[in-house]
Structure formats: structure tokens, C-alpha cells
Design a protein around this ligand. Sequence first.
Ligand code: ATP
Ligand code: MG
Length: 418
Amino acid sequence: MTFIRTIKGTQDILPGQSHRWQALETTIRNIMDRYGYKEIRTPVFERTELFARGIGEETDIVSKEMYSWTDQGGENLTLKPELTAPVVRSFIQHNLGGQSPINKLYYIDALFRRERPQKGRYRQFHQFGIEAFGSEHPEIDAEVIALAMALFSNIGLTGLTLKLNSIGSPECRRNYRNAIRDFLTPHFDELSETSRNRFEKNPLRILDTKIPHEIEILNDGPNVSDSWTEEDKTHFNEVCALLDAMGIQYELALRLVRGLDYYTRTTFEITSTALGAQDAICGGGRYDGLVETLGGKPTPGIGFAAGMERILLALGEESSSSSTNQVYIVGLGDAVRPTVLELAENLRRNNVATEFDTLRRSMKAQMREANKAGVKYAILIGDQELASGQAEVKDLSTGDQQKIALDALVAHINSLPF
Ligand code: ATP
Ligand code: MG
């Protein structure tokens, strides 16, 4: 019989890898606590309309990457391709804004996008991110960016670059859109079909192009800073000053516009030199218009999302062992089995990570397992030990061996250094 494989672009996280994910998740939770962000969890699927409205019909995500279906009741549903729209939905639905003027939320979650799979690009992938609702002021922009940078340096990522821009207020966006159109009009025939399609609907997205000759044309194009209002300029300068005060370095990236329509003002991206073509590990920014777009009271918001697979790729394989076992019980003979299990259960109830053999292997094979498992101590019990009411406790690093009474074993093991 043939066996069934994973779907293209999805992957299993195997036991040899899961400890890396757990370590990353632990760091994320610690840093979130330190900065005062609380976890929010939303369903795996939502109404398709939420993403169409929240992300924008013209984006790659909504126009071609969503896993959508109509269920038996005729509802149009979609596996979540990003978390901002679901978190905003939840924020509105539960009136979190009414309960507190500031809501600082984070998530760690799996997302689904039908992309062309390649290294660092999958169809099911994971992100963590934050969304901070309630403040329009630069202080929160600076805190969000500082949190991202602290987190990445805490997990040991190097070669990080923070690229910073402001896409301005809606008024600035409008002006900039027109400036881009005016500038590109004489070049229209040189543009790719994709860019020509974007020209009318969403010309800012032409700036996302990866095509060399389009990048060259755009090099002489207008910068968004030319379209900033006075307030946009002040806001951006304050964000920069606060980052300076915190000692956080950044590069100005005046062409950095995000693919999503709801972004306003601060926009940023963090890249790592440890990655190849897919070098962005984190993208974020302000979305002051989104809560209202999704039917809530106008509420400013800012957040970021970071790709976890890419972070783990950038970190590379580390050698640390995934074993957490402390003790291995080596039992020999049929008669000792109940004692082995009783002892293992007692140790485990007393917080000692304990392993024993369930394959009825020879003593030699069990000792080999104990060494492979990387435990510090082996407890040896055979018929003789059972009769004398004592077991041998062997320190596998030194080879030292000690006889300990069976009823004193748990206390003894607990007194040992690990
Ligand atoms: P890209 O330009 O790489 O497609 P994006 O603009 O679609 O990124 P966002 O939606 O902002 O990315 O998501 C934030 C982060 O999530 C990215 O910086 C990246 O690290 C990660 N990410 C996005 N899409 C994928 C994917 N298909 N597989 C793995 N990670 C992804
Ligand atoms: Mg993408």
C-alpha cells in the first residue's frame, strides 16, 4: 500500500526539531511578559469577508493565496492567512477598547497561504506578532520596534537590519499615489503586466517590484517623504528620536511600502543577513484605519508579524541535545518489572524525568540506551538487588556506583546534582 504524505508546502516538526520551536516560543513569551503584552488566540478559520475587507482585495494574499471554501451551510470560509484582521475582529467583537484605553496583544500561530513553496516560503507557516491598540503617539511605535529588536537579539539572531519608513497619513498616501502615477505615466509601456495592473488600482504596490529594470526606473521616482504632511513629518521624527534614545539603530527606507492597504505612517521591516532571497523575518507598522474599516470605533493600532520558520533557518542548527531525561532505570529479569515501574512512577511524581526500557532488552542494550539518552544517572535493578532491597545508582559521567535502599531512592536521587 502506498502511504500518504504531507501536502506540498507543509511540514512536520519532528521530535528532533520541536525543542527548537519550544525554545523560541519560550523566549517570545518571556519577552512579551517583560513588555506587558498579553496573548490572544483566535480560531483557525474565519469568514472570507473578514480578510477581503481587512487585507484588501488587490493584495497577493486575498487575490491568489487564500485557502477558501464554502461549507455545508453555504458560508464562505477561509483558513487564516494572517493574524491582524482576526485580532482586530476579536478586539471589536469583545469591546476590548471599551475596557481599557490601551490593549497590547500578542499571538503565536499557524497561517495558511497558497504560495509557491521554496526555502523559507511555505503554505502552512508560523508567525508570532503583536498588535497594540489605542495610542497614535510615537512612544508606542518605538516600544513595538524595540520589542521586536530585543526579541531577535535575545534569541541570538545576528546581522539584523531595521528598515524604517513612514507611509504617512491617508492624505499623504493619496498624494504619493498620484505622484507615483504621474512619474510612471511616461514609462507605462516599459512596465510588466503586473505593474500595469497595479498602476490604476494600487500604484504603491509597484514599489514592491523585484524586476531589475522596474527598480531602475523607480530609482529616480518620488519619495514618500515628499508627500508627508507636517504632522506625518513630526510623527516620524519623534519615532526616530525615541529609537535614538533607546540606542536602536535603523536605516531609512523611503521606498518601503507594505503590501497591505490599511497601513498608515510608521512602516518597518527587519531583515537578517543569515537568510538568502527570503531575507525578511519581520514586517510591521501602523494601521490607524483598520479598526474602523472592520466596523469598530476609530482606534489607532500598530503591530508586527515575524515568520518563525525563517527565524529558525537564520539561527541555523544548534548542537544542544533535546534530551531532558535525568535518570534511566535498567531492570533485569521478569521479577523486577513491577518495581521498575513503581520506582519510575515515584521519581516522575517527584519531578525527576525518568526513562526505562519497554522492549525487554538485555542489560547491555539498556545501558547503551541510557548513555544515548544522555542521562546523568542509571539505576540498576536485578533479582539480587530486589532480594537485598537495594539498587545500584551509577553516575554515568564518572562511573561511580553506590548501593541505595529501594525505599530511599527517590530522596537520594532528588539530593543528587544534575
Ligand atoms: P514576503 O514579501 O516574504 O512574501 P509578506 O509581505 O507576505 O512577505 P507578511 O505578510 O508581512 O509577509 O508576513 C510577515 C513575515 O512572515 C515575513 O516577514 C516572513 O518572515 C513570514 N512569511 C510570510 N509569508 C511566508 C511564507 N509563505 N512562509 C514562511 N514565512 C512567511
Ligand atoms: Mg508574501
